[in-house]
Design a protein around this ligand. Sequence first.
Ligand code: SF4
Length: 157
Amino acid sequence: MIHETPAGKGVVYPVVSRRSSGLSLGVNLFPQAKACNFDCPYCEVPPGISGPAFSLDALASELEAFFNKEYPSAWPSYSLKDICFSGNGEPTLSPYLFPALELCAQSRRSYPEIAGKSALVLITNATGFGAWANLQREKGFPSGPSWIQADRLCTRQ
Ligand code: SF4
């Protein structure tokens, strides 16, 4: 699922989000190309995305840069509402979803003044929702809402 992903940015991108009612830190698991099992006519992911492949090292590095540098300089008056998995496709298709969640949960613990009250949010078309729900339960991830795009549930392609 796309949503508010600036093209050409890395894997972490802060946005002031209407959905979150404040600052949201997006995580894009597909910077290299769109990856989705739907083909919604209103999809916001532009065709022909081309960027570096996702890596956990890049995510860790960008999280550190955001919390240590970017947030204090650019966003100090905002409270971080959530860390949100969305980006250029369906996050549950990524083999990196679960370790990426671990990294983000670790960031919440490492930067409690900034992220201690933030939720972990998944924007999904619900095709991998069972795995997500199981993981939340098993790992005890602090979770917020999961935003499901429901109008395509019966028309999987
Ligand atoms: S589910 Fe989201 S990413 Fe996939 S095609 Fe639809 S709008 Fe685009």
